[in-house]
Structures are given as structure tokens and as C-alpha cells.
Design a binder for this molecule. Structure first.
Ligand code: HEC
Length: 418
């Protein structure tokens, strides 16, 4: 990627953030004034349209247009405010504001606006929590897999008899849509242009929390399928939210480790599939088929051990959420009984970045399966790293996840150390 393109990605990102924040602020103001009520637990967007930040992604020319228009609008507002304060120059300033607005390039509303629903700006309250993912996967199997397929590719048993094929989840669909609009579609269904229903609504069968959970489950499923089939997480996935206990202390949320790199090590085997050999007097439970057998505490990462039965041991940090094992198995695209030996690296911002497979001897850069397509040579320094984990970390740190809202792809940040 050349310099100019990096800059335009940064501009785009700023514009996306701005348009979303401005609309959210408008919604909150309307709600505070009592001009709009609540729907599905959060303030309802009262308009039938919204600014379609996502079309900016498709049309970069439009982005520049909109940026210029916004700059002109902000300047005009400043002139109007200045005119209100400075009486003597009031009319010239206000005239200048009007002229500025008239000559500013105005993007066509039909491109900038899109249809909205009352939940367009709703935010998921579940934070991709392991419990929510686990519940969502069960609900998905129960209510959705018949059409959407157990793998989410839209080829469930009932799909062929539908007028419209369900979409595949493998193309980043869940990342490209506003999450509030996905919620609306799950609860209220979708219709074809002629009004016939294409996707049934689940408002009577799923609560709001269930609907958010099923979206978490679908995201985990989609991430897991990409990991399984393509060894990649093309759309950045958060580490599932879990509770962690350190040295027998009280449970703390994994998010408290933001700012540090975290390694999740899966140890032990699912009861009934293999026998866990517990070595008395030793801090760690060793499983017969444990791999990365030489893993040790490492100062470059905080190590958290994940066990299928979340049995706590006295030393070190351990996952304490009952759903953690299944949630991590799902994002890795593995059956629960096959997760043992898998490791995950979570970056300082809480994104799942690297997946180490059972049986692999050491880390390498290839384990970084959530990365931009920036060439490795641009991102890593010429200084050779001491080991595989070092090389992986250097590459990961040089290539942070910049933004993922409304489908903005993972792109390298503009500023990075030389
Ligand atoms: C009767 C079959 C059927 C069932 C059951 C079903 N869906 Fe769908 N779903 C569809 C079809 C068909 C579409 C595409 C509709 C369209 O594009 O008009 C769709 C589309 C979607 C979309 C894409 C929405 C978008 O923004 O494009 C999501 C998300 C979704 N379904 C989630 C679910 C969830 C979650 C469940 C279970 C709670 C579920 N579906 C159950 C048939 C089904």
C-alpha cells in the first residue's frame, strides 16, 4: 500500500467514525428531549433513513466529496456562531456562511442516505462474551441452521425450497452490516421487494438478549469456518469475553488485560474423551496429548490457561467461565473435544490475532491469521528476532487492527515506528 492510500484509509476511518458519532449524538439528544422513545431496550432511531457510512467504503470519490462538504458545513457553522457574537460583522459573516454552503459540493442524498430501522444505532450489550456466544450457537442450531446451514454457508436442508437463498456468512456479511440492523432482521424478518417474506422474524421466539446472542454465535461460527477452511480470520474477531482467576484470587474480566498481549493456552482434554493425568504437587495439569509441550511463562505475553472443566489450580491465571472452552473452540473452527493443545494470541487491543495448532512445535509468523495484506517486509524490522514468538509479535505489533466498523477492512495504521 502506498502512502497516499494509507492516508485515504485514515481519512475514511475518521469520516466513518464522525458520521456514526454524529448520528448517535443526535439520537441521544432526541431521546433526552423526549422526542423519541425506546425500542428493544435502547433509544429508537426515529427516521426512515440514516447516513450510509458504508457507501463511503465503496466510493472513495464520494468520501472526498463528503469530507469537503462537512468541512464547509463546519466552517459555515463557525461563521454563523461568530456572527451571533460579533454584531457589527453579523450580516457579512452570515452572508459568507450562506455562500459557502451554496458553493460547497453537495453529494446526492440518494447515495449518502440509506433506509434505516428503529434499531439502526443499537449496540450489542453482550460484548462477544463467551456465555453469549455459547448460548447463541445453541440457539443457532435450534432456529437458524435449517436454512443457514450448520456451517453458515446458507445451504441448510430447508434452504433449497426458499424463494431466496440465505446469504453465506463467510463473506464478512456480519461485519459489513450495522449490528442494530442485523438485530432488527433477526427479530422482524426480511421481505422481498414485492412484500413476500424471505426470512422469518423471531420476535415471538427469541428475547432481545437471545437475538444478540445468536448474532455473537453466528460471528463465532463464521470466524471458525474461515479459520478451519482458509487458516485466516479475514474479519477481525474479538477474544471471547471470559472471567479469569489468577493465583486463586477473585474472577476478573479478560478485558482488564487490555494493553497487554495475552496468550490463551488450552490444556487438558474433555472428560470422557481422554483421561486427564493430574500430577499432584505440580502447578499444571498435563494432558497426554498436550502439545507446544515446552510452553513456559513468557514475559512477552500474559499466559492464561483454559481447561475444559475450568478446574482452578492454585498458581497462574486460568479461565473461569464455564462457556470459555466452547467459545474458543468455535472461533478456532474446532469441535470442543479437539481444542486441546491449541493456543491463541490476543493483541493489546483485545483482538484475536494468532492461532497455534495442536502439535505445532513453535510459533512462527504464519500463525498470525488476522493480518492486513501489507507485505511482511514493510512491517517487520530488519532486526532478526530471537525466536518464532518474537517474530510473530513483531509482525503483529507493526500491523494493528485499525478499524472494523461497517466493514472497513483491517488495514495497517498510518503511524508506525520506523
Ligand atoms: C426459513 C429459513 C430461514 C430461517 C429459519 C432463518 N433464516 Fe435468516 N435468512 C433467510 C433468508 C432466505 C435470508 C435472505 C433474505 C433476503 O436477502 O431477503 C436470510 C438472511 C439472514 C441474515 C442476513 C441479513 C442481512 O442483513 O442481509 C441474517 C443475519 C440472518 N438471516 C440471521 C438468521 C438467524 C439468526 C436465524 C435464526 C434465529 C435465521 N436467520 C433463521 C432464511 C432463514
Amino acid at each position: 500500500m502506498r502512502r497516499g492510500e494509507v492516508d485515504s484509509t485514515t481519512l475514511l476511518n475518521a469520516l466513518l467514525t464522525f458520521t456514526q458519532a454524529a448520528q448517535t449524538a443526535l439520537l441521544q439528544a432526541l431521546h433526552a428531549l423526549g422526542l423519541t422513545g425506546d425500542v428493544h431496550g435502547q433509544p429508537a432511531w426515529p427516521f426512515a433513513w440514516r447516513v450510509a457510512a458504508e457507501t463511503l467504503l465503496i466510493d472513495r470519490g464520494l468520501t472526498r466529496h463528503l469530507a469537503l462538504f462537512l468541512a464547509a458545513a463546519v466552517l459555515a457553522l463557525l461563521l454563523i456562531a461568530l456572527g451571533a457574537l460579533w454584531r457589527r460583522a453579523r450580516w457579512p459573516l452570515w452572508l459568507a456562511a450562506v455562500v459557502l454552503l451554496l458553493i460547497a459540493p453537495k453529494p446526492s442524498p440518494s447515495i449518502v442516505l440509506t433506509d434505516a430501522v428503529p434499531t439502526s444505532f443499537h449496540r450489542s450489550p453482550s460484548h462477544f462474551d463467551a456465555t453469549s456466544i455459547d448460548r447463541g450457537l445453541a440457539l443457532y442450531a435450534q432456529h437458524c441452521a435449517s436454512c443457514h446451514g450448520t456451517d453458515g454457508r446458507g445451504e441448510g436442508l430447508a434452504a433449497a425450497s426458499l424463494a431466496v437463498w440465505p446469504p453465506t456468512l463467510s463473506a464478512g456479511l456480519l461485519w459489513k452490516r450495522a449490528e442494530g440492523e442485523l438485530l432488527w432482521r433477526v427479530l422482524h424478518g426480511m421481505n422481498a421487494r414485492d412484500g413476500t417474506q424471505t426470512m422469518p422474524g423471531f420476535a415471538g421466539r427469541l428475547s432481545e438478549a437471545d437475538a444478540w446472542a445468536v448474532l455473537d454465535g453466528m460471528k463465532a461460527l463464521s470466524a471458525g469456518e474461515s479459520a478451519r477452511l482458509e487458516a485466516s480470520w479475514p474479519w477481525p474477531v474479538r477474544a471471547p469475553g471470559i472471567d479469569v482467576r489468577c493465583d486463586g484470587g477473585p474472577p476478573r474480566a479478560l478485558s482488564e488485560w487490555r494493553g497487554q498481549r495475552v496468550r490463551i493456552v488450552t490444556e487438558g482434554v474433555v472428560a470422557g474423551v481422554n483421561v486427564v493425568r493430574e500430577v499432584r504437587g505440580e502447578a499444571r495439569v498435563k494432558a497426554e496429548n498436550e502439545s507446544f509441550s515446552s510452553w513456559r511463562e513468557d514475559p512477552r505475553v500474559v499466559t492464561i490457561v483454559l481447561r475444559p472443566n475450568h478446574a482452578a489450580s492454585a498458581s497462574g491465571c486460568e479461565a473461569a467461565s464455564p462457556a470459555a472452552w466452547r467459545a474458543f473452540a468455535s472461533v478456532a473452527g474446532l469441535e470442543a473435544q479437539s481444542l486441546t493443545g491449541t493456543q491463541f494470541i490476543v493483541d493489546r487491543d483485545g483482538w484475536l490475532r494468532a492461532l497455534g495448532t495442536a502439535g505445532q512445535a513453535d510459533w512462527s509468523e504464519d500463525n498470525l491469521i488476522c493480518r492486513s495484506d501489507e507485505s511482511a517486509s514493510r512491517l517487520t524490522s530488519s532486526k532478526p528476532e530471537a525466536d518464532g514468538l518474537g517474530a510473530l509479535i513483531a509482525r503483529m505489533d507493526a500491523d494493528p487492527v485499525q478499524a472494523t466498523q461497517l466493514g472497513l477492512p483491517h488495514s495497517p495504521a498510518q503511524t508506525r515506528s520506523p
